[in-house]
Write a protein that binds this ligand. Sequence first.
Ligand code: PAF
Length: 281
Amino acid sequence: MRTVHTVAELRAQLAAWRTAGERIAFVPTMGNLHAGHIELVRQGRQRAQRVVASVFVNPLQFGVNEDFGRYPRSLPQDAAQLITAGCDLLFAPGVEEVYPQGVGATTVRVAGVTEMLEGEFRPGHFDGVATVVNILFNLVQPDVALFGQKDYQQLAVIRRMVADLRLPLEVVGVPTLRAEDGLALSSRNQYLSAEERARATTVHRVLSRIAEGLRAGRRDYEVLQSEAALTLQRAGFRPQYVAIRSAELLEPAASATDWVVLVAAFLGTTRLIDNLVVAAG
Ligand code: PAF
């Protein structure tokens, strides 16, 4: 695997592959990689001859209370994992390489899927995500890009952006990898104490319980959501939302053919998010 830090080096390498007629898969990340990211690379390999990953901690998607400076940076360890996964090229640019004219003068806003849920608690976050992903897509020009379904709303935002801006690439959502006890793999799990880690399984449990209720014919969405929030509170969480929405556009549950159940909750100082898709059957 080659590691490059500049757009010029990135473009030169990509041009050579394209001239050779090779398909390019792209896995954008903010580093601090875990098995979930590696699965994205692995699936990229199945869809293209070349896999490019980026590690870029994007200042534009951090809110004022979210510490951009303290976000973990672990490039040597990330590179080692990417090599093992079979990644061909790592693009690890600095902020000035991605935003040479300064951060945030031009932004991409995807209306409709960004205002609620994560958007309510992290204002501006998805503008930052959509903007940087759009820039990275322009730099890499991949045939296919892979994102984890764990960030379900992010995936919906990116799909919508790609459709609206007519970007010529396929977006693939990869199912969430989970620990044996159901906890979704996430960079944030490392912040949990051993005792919190044990309690964190409650998130997947409440999601599964709602899924069972929906499959059994329950349509009292508000009650299902409130019951789940209460269970989380009793387990020591501070839930921000438990929401049953349509799986495709995150619209109100009543209009859904398939649902997605989404949760965001603090456990101590760690914010966990997770979701489960439920087919209406
Ligand atoms: O999911 C992430 O790691 C980031 O939001 C992304 C898509 C790499 C954009 O910075």
